[in-house]
Design a protein around this ligand. Structure first.
Ligand code: F6R
Length: 609
């Protein structure tokens, strides 16, 4: 949430900062700003409400000379999005400027303290206390002043600080909000996320909580808040620039939907032992005994990742015969959870930075539990702090609405379910059957996506409806939840997902003449049961859009629209049923003229609670 970019070196900073901000716009997009400085300490600040294009549009034709700068794209937490509340924030004496991600929880107390010192703040933000505290403590050493100020701050932060008194130096600190340094040739970069750096360098340093870095063109040094030096490793990013660009697609969301066959292929590579019907997963840090001792599983996640975890829980229980509970991370973290040594936890997160998921994972670990990660972003906090885990390998996900992460997370957890199942009651033949079906998925996904022309017409039939329901059973119940989440978040159409049979316990009251109901009804062992639910809503006038397998005449006779998906293993159906739901959401948003990749009020990577 919110994006940060910083630069110090020999080039003009504004183009670098703006390009970086644009790559991070998915993290927040209600206002943005930039501050630059030259070697003489002349600071220039420019901020605008709205998208980064507003900031860019109003740039002066001649930019002030500079060799360093900081920039920010905001997702408002304190105070409305306007020019004043946009970052960078400057101290009242004008000497210090700061960009900040996170929340200063004790900002009211700090504001009062500053007011008592005669320093009147003029924005509504929590952030503005930071440059003012730093200015108050500044006595010739920016690093020292930053550390003293941070000592007073409760909450989370990723900050980059500049001072007119110390040109060519960025002071960077992290506590709960990601920060990555980029190492160049006589220049250094800072960002909240690696995509902002990739055009300039692949050499990166992921900062950890409690660290402060002093960054200059020639390099950086890192210490903790008590000045103890910390050696940081330089990692190499393995992304390509084209992975974070739209290419021939009109939107990232569509590109990422279409990337799913490739993501599943990547997720499977080197992880399947077809001969033994088993999965090979490096990085779990579990020995055979520990695997054997797992008695329960707990999956912790938010949003789409939670839906993937819910779908996976059906597979885990079925294949591994291990009870599996899915927890909303924000609930678990404050519930005083009961953690025991025989339960294995997974924190499931695309970004690996979601504040609630991270906090829930830490709470489990604090109580002595073992929590692994299912993460996409390499080097993210969850990836680093978990006790092992699996990368989902789906490549950068830029669209705010998550799509390919869902199928890739489900894949990783399916492979885990297979592995643990094979150590228990699952036969080699059953394992082989599942793996064979998994290997067929990329081709099946591809053929569906290539022939999905009709979905736009179906989406058109939904866009002027007041609401819409999504129903499914078994692992397609979470897929239905995901379909509803996708549609509501990008098209703002009110919709809900339910377990198909649960509908008659209340939600059926919503059904009237023509109410659209999307049914996920693959030809699995629950097919007959789901068909009965379809009859029930049809009898009340619903317009049924069914997602079904080829040759399903029962569905064809009853449903008003049928979207055909290829047939797969009963347990793997959500990999395919979710595709038309993602496309319906995408087309609905486009038809409504909405900003698909940046839906209102949302941002990717929710690093505040
Ligand atoms: C929905 C969406 C969110 C995220 C959720 C968790 O399209 O993107 O619901 O799934 O914020 O994010 P991660 O997976 O990064 O922890």
């Amino acid at each position: 949430m919110c994006g940060i970019v910083g630069y110090v070196g020999h080039r003009t900073p504004v183009p670098i900062l703006l390009e970086g901000l644009k790559r991070l716009e998915y993290r927040g997009y209600d206002s943005s700003g930039v501050a630059t400085m030259n070697g003489g300490g002349d600071m220039w600040i420019h901020k605008r409400q709205g998208r980064i294009r507003n900031l860019e549009k109003d740039l002066p034709s001649e930019l002030p000379a500079a060799t360093m700068g900081i920039a920010h794209t905001r997702w408002a937490t304190h105070g409305p999005p306007n020019d004043t509340n946009a970052h960078p924030h400057r101290s009242r004496d004008g000497r210090i400027a700061v960009v900040h991600n996170g929340i200063v929880e004790n900002h009211s107390a700090l504001r009062k303290r500053l007011t008592g010192d005669g320093i009147v703040l003029h924005s509504d933000t929590d952030t503005e206390v930071i440059p003012n505290l730093i200015a108050k403590f500044y006595d010739g050493d920016l690093e020292v002043a930053v550390k003293r100020a941070l000592g007073l701050i409760q909450g989370t932060y990723g900050i980059v600080v500049i001072s007119v008194d110390e040109p060519n130096r960025l002071v960077v600190a992290r506590n709960g909000s990601p920060i990555v340094l980029g190492v160049g040739e006589n220049e250094m970069f800072v960002a909240s996320d690696a995509p902002a750096l990739i055009a300039h360098t692949k050499q990166v340093v992921f900062m950890d909580d409690g660290e402060v870095a002093v960054v200059e063109p020639s390099g950086f040094r890192t210490t903790d808040l008590h000045d103890r030096p910390i050696d940081k490793a330089v990692d190499e990013l393995d992304w390509d620039l084209q992975e974070i660009e739209k290419g021939d697609f009109e939107h990232f969301m569509l590109k990422e939907i279409h990337e799913q066959p490739r993501a599943v292929t990547r997720g499977l590579r080197g992880r399947a032992h077809l001969e033994y019907g088993d999965a090979h997963l490096g990085g779990l840090n579990l020995n055979r005994r520990e695997f054997f001792d797992i008695r329960r599983m707990g999956l912790i996640a938010c949003g789409t990742s939670m839906h993937a975890a819910m779908a996976a829980s059906y597979l885990i229980e079925e294949l591994a015969r291990v009870p599996c509970k899915v927890d909303i991370a924000s609930e678990l973290r404050y519930r005083n959870p009961i953690v025991d040594a025989k339960t294995l936890y997974f924190a499931v997160s695309q970004s690996g930075e979601t504040a609630d998921t991270l906090a829930a994972m830490r709470e489990v670990q604090r109580k002595g539990g073992r929590c692994l990660g299912v993460v996409n972003q390499v080097g993210s906090t969850i990836a680093r702090e978990s006790d092992g885990g699996m990368y989902i390998r789906s490549g950068p996900e830029i669209a705010v609405a998550s799509t390919k992460a869902f199928t890739s997370q489900l894949l990783a957890l399916t492979l885990f379910a297979l592995k643990i199942g094979r150590m228990r009651d699952l036969s080699a033949a059953a394992g082989r059957e599942l793996l064979t079906a998994l290997h067929e998925l990329p081709g099946q996904m591809q053929s569906f996506l290539e022939g999905a022309d009709d979905i736009e017409r179906i989406a058109r039939s939904l866009i002027h409806q007041p609401y819409c329901l999504f129903l499914g059973r078994g692992p397609n119940y979470p897929a239905a939840l995901e379909g509803a989440l996708k549609l509501k978040e990008v098209s703002y159409i009110q919709c809900e997902g339910f377990a198909a049979a649960e509908m008659k316990h209340g939600p059926i009251a919503l059904i009237g003449d023509g109410t659209p109901v999307v049914f996920l009804v693959p030809k699995d062992r629950l097919h007959t049961k789901t068909m009965s639910n379809m009859e029930e809503v049809k009898a009340r006038g619903a317009r049924v859009i069914a997602v079904a397998n080829p040759g399903d005449t029962e569905v064809e006779e009853l449903a008003d629209e049928v979207i055909i998906i290829p047939r797969t293993h009963d347990l793997l159906t959500p990999f395919l049923t979710v595709l038309p739901l993602q496309l319906i959401a995408y087309h609905a948003a486009v038809l409504l003229g909405l900003d698909v990749d940046k839906p209102r009020n949302l941002a990717k990577s929710v690093t505040v609670e």
